[in-house]
Write a new protein. Sequence first.
Length: 209
Amino acid sequence: MGAVHVLDHPLIQHKLTHIRDKHTGTKEFRSLVQEVAMLMAYEITRDLPLVDVEIETPVAPARTRVIEGKTLALVAVLRAGLGMLDGILAMIPNAKVGHVGLYRDPDTLQPVEYYCKLPPHMEVRDVIVVDPMLATGGSAVAAIRAVKERGATSIKLMCLVAAPEGIDKVRTGHPDVDIYVAAVDQGLNAHGYIVPGLGDAGDRLFGTR
């Protein structure tokens, strides 16, 4: 069963508080989301394999380590996942980037894939699916399924805030996927919003509320 990792570093928690604040404007909200994503990238990449290499420093030869050749792929769930990409890419600029677009069918209320563009050779990549909110879990389950259908086997999910309901749904649908979050909140309200949450992340990122 995939583990749930709550990243409670003081810097993450401090910035998350300002992200939650309804008085935080679009520009600051966007910057804070990128900063928290960057900080979370430290933890989510902790187990990347290293290999020894020989280099020359200005003083002497040195035996040191670099990340092994396996390339990371970041997959943003549209549209809110876009807000996390730049922060992660600031730390891992060579990562490839993919996108999965989903909408909710008005009759069945189930997520429907309308767009999926991923890097090649997903089967050999370590994949991080990014979406700020893990609410009901429907979109996350569908996005991970889309990535698996294109060959990915090593997948992690990275979110800012999660509801217990969403975590349970992902763990049931994809028990092999580890979940990384900055906070686990109380739950969902009658409209499916995380409480206390941070509102609609997409609207706040792009100023469409």
